[in-house]
Write a protein that binds this ligand. Structure first.
Ligand code: Z2T
Length: 839
C-alpha cells in the first residue's frame, strides 16, 4: 500500500529542506537542530551566544547553495574576475546583513519571536571582525557588497588577523587600548580551506646558476618558509543568487620545521620558529593614514600578496587557462600601496617559477594591476628602507632595481636631459637613507591609477604624483568613493526605510538615484511631520542608549551634532572643541543668552602611538566634564564621547545625526565616506571643501549644506606667503578666550601643562590651520543654529539631502570601475540548474 487510505491521518509532508527552507516553521526547526547538533545545548542551558550561533549557522546553511553555485558557475565559464587586494576589510557584523541580502529578515524575526527570542538581541551578540582601521577598510567591505549585488565575479584577498582593531576604553578621559578577541567565541561565517594552503618564502639570498640547458637563472634560497591557510567568507549580493568570496590568509608554521627540530635536537628553537611564523597574521597595525615602516608589516604584505597570487595561478590551472592569459583572467585592484609588493611578486612568479622572459612577464604585469591611492598625506606614503626590504625580499629588490632601470630609461627618453626629474621619479629614494617608494612602484606597474574623489584625483595629478601624471596621463582617473545602502540604510535605519517605502517604494535599494523621487514630497507638510517624527524616535533610542551606557542625560530636543571618525589632527576634532568652548564661554559671559541646544557626540579611535590624537580625546572628555556639570549651562550643551566606535556602533549612530561634522583642512581628506553615511541618513553637513564634501555639496546644493573654511588653493597660498597662527589668536577675542581657557588649566583642574603641547602646536606652527579657519567655522555654526530653529527649513534640508545622495552608492562606484577599466561584465547565477544537475 503506497497511498494512505481515508481512515488514516495524513502524515506531515516536508517539501522544504531543513537547510534551505525559508518558511517560518522550517527556520524554527533548523534553528533547534543547529542549537542541538552544532552548539550541543538544550535550550534551557543555552547562552545568548549559543542562540546567536544557532541562528548564524541556520543562515549560513541558506546561503551555501548560492555560494557553491556561484563558484561552480565562475569555474565553468572561466569568468574574468576582479581580485580586490586589501590589507584591511572592515566588514562589520555579518548576521543582519546576510538576512537583508537573502531577503529573510522578517521571516527570521518572526521565527525567533515564536521561539521566545529577540532577533535584535541576537544581532547585538555578534563580535564584529574589525579587520580594518577606518575608511579604507570599510570601503573594501562596501565594494564587496556592491560587486556581489552587481553580480560581478570577484574575490577579496586579505589577512585573517587574529586581533583586529583594538577595543577602546576610556579611563579618566584617556583612551586605553584592549586587544580585540573577535575569534574567541568562534566565527560561524568562515570556512577554512586547508587543502588550498600555500607556502611563502622569506629572507635568505639569491644565486645565479646554470640550469640543465646551461641557461643562467636566478634562484632564491630563502631562510624561512611560512604557510598560508585560506579562510573563506561568503559575500552575498542583495537579492541576487550571487555569493562571492572573501579569502583571508592565516599564517602558520610549515610542518617540516618540527622535523628539522627533532633532527637537530633544538625543540624549543623550532617551537619558537613556529611562533615567529604565526606572528605574521597576529595583529592589524592600528594606524590610519600613517605608515610605520616595521618589518612585521612588510612580512604581512608579502605574505598575503604571495598567497593570493599563487591562489590565482591555482584557479587558472583548474580552469585550463594558460598563465600567458593572466591579465585576461584577472584584474588586480590594489587598495592603496599595502599590496603593491604584488607587482615584483608576480614578476618573480612568471619569470623564476614559470620561465617567462622579462618582457613577457612585464607585459602581463602592466596589464593586470590597477592602483587606488587613498591619501595625500606625506607621512602615509609607504617607503621601505632598502636594507630591510633586501633582507626580507632579496629577489624582489633585484626585480625592483630592474623595473627601475628600465623605467628611468623611459623617463630619459620622454624627458631628455632632465636629471632632476630622474631623481624625483626614481623608485628608489636616494636623498638620504635609501628607500623603495611603493606609490611610485604602484604607478609604474599598473595600467590605471585612481584617486577616490574628484578633488583628490586633481591634487594627485597636480601635486603628489605630478611627475607620473606627466609621464602617463592616460593612466590617471577618478573613482569617487561610495557606500552600500544595504548596510547603511536598509539594515541600520529601518524607520527611515519604512517611511521611504510608503512614498517611493524600494527600488532605491538597488538604484539609489531613485531617492530623487523624494523631492516630490518635500512640500508636503504631513510628510515633513512624519520625517521629524521618525528622526525624533531614532534620537530617543540613542538618548536611552547614552543614558544606559554613560549615565549622561541627553535632551532629545537638542541638535545632535556628531563627529565620528578616526582621530587625526587633519580631521580637526579640536576645531569642533573650540566651537564648544566658544558656546560655553558665551553662556558664562551671559547665562541668559539665547542658544540652540546641542548635543555634541564624538566617536573614534586614535592610533595607540599618536600622542596628539590621544590628547584631543582627553580634551573632549575634559571639556565635557565641565560643560555637562556647570549649572549655568542648564543642559543646553552636552558633550558625550562614545567609546569604541565600530561598524556596529556606527550603524546605531548615523541615523540619529542631524549635523555631520566634516571639517578637515582642505586638501587633506582624500574622500571621506562617513560624510556620505550621515547625509544618506538625513544629517546636514557642516564641512570644508575637501574630499568628497565637494561633490556632496554639488549634489545637494549650496542651500542644503553649511560650507566653511579655506579652499585648498587658499591653504596653499597662505602657507606660501607665511602663515602666522598667532595673529588670528590675537585678533579674534572669542578665539583668544577659547584657547586661553584651555591653556590656563580651566578644563584640567588648574593644570596648565596638560594641554600645553596642543596649545603650543596651535599657536606655534598650526600645520592644519585651525586658527585660520576658526572664524569661518564659528560663523557657519551660528548659521546652523539659526537654521535649526526654523523646523520646516531644517526638515526640508534633511529630506533633500537624502533625496540627492544617489551618486554616493558604492554600486555607482563599482559600475564605474567595471566600465572604465576593469572591463568586466556581470555573470548571472542560476540556482536551479545546479540542483537539477546534482539531483
Ligand atoms: C585610510 O582609512 C584612508 C587612507 C589611507 O591612506 C589609509 C587609511 Cl587606513 C593610506 C582613508 C582616507 O583617509 C579617507 O579620506 C578615504 O575616504 C578612505 O581612505 C577611503 O578611500
Amino acid at each position: 500500500q503506497i497511498l494512505p487510505n481515508s481512515s488514516e491521518p495524513l502524515k506531515e509532508v516536508r517539501v522544504e529542506d531543513d537547510r534551505t527552507g525559508l518558511s517560518i516553521e522550517t527556520l524554527k526547526r533548523a534553528f533547534a537542530d543547529n542549537l542541538f547538533y552544532i552548539q550541543g545545548k538544550f535550550p534551557e542551558i543555552a547562552s545568548r551566544n549559543d542562540f546567536y550561533m544557532a541562528l548564524a549557522y541556520t543562515v549560513r546553511d541558506r546561503l551555501l547553495r548560492r555560494w557553491l553555485n556561484t563558484a561552480e558557475t565562475y569555474t565553468r565559464n572561466a569568468s574574468r574576475t576582479v581580485a580586490y587586494m586589501s590589507a584591511e576589510f572592515l566588514m562589520g557584523p555579518q548576521l543582519g546583513n546576510n538576512l537583508i541580502n537573502l531577503g529573510i529578515y522578517d521571516q527570521v524575526n518572526q521565527a525567533m519571536k515564536e521561539l521566545g527570542l529577540d532577533l535584535e538581541e541576537l544581532l547585538e551578540e555578534e563580535e564584529e571582525p574589525g579587520l580594518g582601521n577606518g575608511g579604507l577598510g570599510r570601503l573594501a567591505a562596501c565594494y564587496l557588497d556592491s560587486l556581489a549585488t552587481l553580480e560581478i565575479p570577484s574575490l577579496g584577498y586579505g589577512i585573517r588577523y587574529e586581533f583586529g582593531i583594538f577595543e577602546q576604553d576610556i579611563k579618566d578621559g584617556w583612551q586605553v587600548e584592549i586587544t580585540d578577541k573577535w575569534l574567541s567565541a568562534g566565527n560561524p561565517w568562515e570556512l577554512p580551506r586547508p587543502e588550498w594552503s600555500v607556502e611563502v618564502k622569506l629572507g635568505g639570498h639569491t644565486e645565479m646558476r646554470a640550469d640543465e640547458h646551461g641557461h643562467f637563472k636566478v634562484y632564491w634560497l630563502p631562510d624561512k618558509i611560512v604557510k598560508g591557510i585560506p579562510y573563506d567568507t561568503p559575500i552575498l549580493g542583495y537579492k541576487t543568487n550571487t555569493a562571492n568570496t572573501l579569502r583571508l590568509w592565516k599564517a602558520e608554521a610549515v610542518e617540516s620545521f618540527d622535523f628539522y627540530a627533532f633532527d637537530s635536537g633544538d625543540y624549543l628553537g623550532a617551537v619558537h620558529q613556529k611562533t615567529v611564523s604565526e606572528n605574521i597574521s597576529k595583529v592589524l597595525y592600528p594606524n590610519d593614514n600613517s605608515a610605520q615602516g616595521k618589518e612585521l608589516r612588510l612580512a604581512q604584505q608579502i605574505f598575503f600578496v604571495s598567497c593570493s597570487l599563487k591562489d590565482m595561478t591555482r584557479i587558472m590551472a583548474g580552469q585550463n587557462v594558460p598563465l600567458e592569459q593572466f591579465a585576461d583572467k584577472f584584474v588586480i585592484q590594489l587598495n592603496d600601496t599595502h599590496p603593491s609588493v604584488a607587482i615584483p611578486e608576480l614578476m618573480r612568479l612568471l619569470i623564476d617559477e614559470h620561465n617567462m622572459t622579462w618582457d613577457q612577464a612585464w607585459g602581463i604585469t602592466k596589464k593586470t594591476f590597477a592602483y587606488t591611492n587613498h591619501t595625500l598625506l606625506p607621512e602615509a606614503l609607504e617607503r621601505w628602507p632598502i636594507s630591510l626590504f633586501g633582507r626580507m625580499l632579496p629577489r624582489h629588490l633585484e626585480i625592483i632595481y630592474e623595473i627601475n632601470n628600465r623605467f628611468l630609461d623611459e623617463v630619459r627618453m620622454k624627458f631628455p636631459d632632465d636629471v632632476d626629474r630622474l631623481r624625483r621619479m626614481s623608485l628608489i629614494d636616494e636623498s638620504g637613507e635609501r628607500y623603495v617608494r611603493m606609490a611610485f612602484l604602484a604607478c609604474v606597474g599598473s595600467y590605471s591609477i585612481n584617486g577616490v574623489a574628484a578633488l583628490h584625483t586633481e591634487l594627485l595629478q597636480k601635486d603628489v604624483l605630478h611627475d607620473f601624471y606627466e609621464m602617463y596621463p592616460e593612466k590617471f582617473n577618478n573613482k569617487t568613493n561610495g557606500i552600500t545602502p544595504r548596510r547603511f540604510m536598509v539594515l541600520s535605519n529601518p524607520r527611515l526605510c519604512k517611511l521611504l517605502h510608503s512614498k517611493i517604494g524600494d527600488e532605491w535599494v538597488k538604484n539609489l538615484y531613485e531617492l530623487r523621487k523624494l523631492e516630490g514630497f518635500v512640500d508636503d507638510p504631513e510628510f515633513r511631520h512624519q520625517w521629524r517624527q521618525m528622526k525624533q524616535e531614532i534620537k530617543q533610542d540613542v538618548v536611552d542608549y547614552i543614558k544606559s551606557t554613560t549615565g549622561i542625560n541627553v535632551n532629545v530636543n537638542s541638535m545632535f551634532d556628531i563627529q565620528a571618525k578616526r582621530f587625526h589632527e587633519y580631521k580637526r576634532q579640536h576645531l569642533n572643541v573650540l566651537h564648544i568652548i566658544t558656546l560655553y564661554n558665551r553662556i558664562k559671559a551671559n547665562p541668559n543668552i539665547e542658544i540652540t541646544p546641542r548635543t555634541f557626540l564624538f566617536g573614534g579611535k586614535a592610533a595607540p602611538g599618536y600622542y596628539m590624537a590621544k590628547l584631543i580625546i582627553k580634551l573632549i572628555n575634559s571639556v565635557g566634564d565641565i560643560v555637562n556639570r556647570d549649572p549655568d549651562v542648564r543642559d543646553r550643551l552636552k558633550v558625550v564621547f562614545l567609546k569604541d566606535f565600530s561598524v556596529k556602533f556606527a550603524q546605531k549612530i548615523y541615523p540619529a545625526a542631524e549635523l555631520s561634522e566634516q571639517i578637515s583642512t582642505a586638501g587633506k581628506e582624500a574622500s571621506g565616506t562617513g560624510n556620505m553615511k550621515f547625509a544618506l541618513n538625513g544629517a546636514i553637513t557642516i564641512g570644508t571643501l575637501d574630499g568628497a564634501n565637494v561633490e556632496i555639496l554639488e549634489e545637494v546644493g549650496a542651500e542644503n549644506f553649511f560650507l566653511c573654511g579655506l579652499t585648498t588653493e587658499e591653504v596653499y597660498a597662505l602657507k606660501a606667503k607665511g602663515y602666522k597662527p598667532w595673529e588670528y589668536y590675537k585678533k579674534d577675542p572669542e578665539l583668544k578666550l577659547a584657547i586661553d581657557r584651555i591653556a590656563s588649566g580651566f578644563f584640567s583642574h588648574g593644570d596648565p601643562n596638560l594641554f600645553k603641547p596642543l596649545v603650543d602646536h596651535l599657536l606655534g606652527n598650526d600645520q592644519y590651520m585651525l586658527m585660520a579657519d576658526y572664524r569661518s567655522y564659528i560663523d557657519t555654526q551660528d548659521e546652523v543654529s539659526q537654521a535649526y530653529r526654523d523646523i520646516d527649513r531644517w526638515t526640508r534640508m534633511s529630506i533633500l539631502n537624502v533625496a540627492r545622495m544617489g551618486k554616493f552608492s558604492s554600486d555607482r562606484s563599482i559600475r564605474d570601475y567595471c566600465e572604465d577599466f576593469w572591463k568586466i561584465q556581470p555573470v548571472k547565477i542560476d540556482l536551479k540548474q545546479y540542483v537539477e544537475a546534482t539531483a
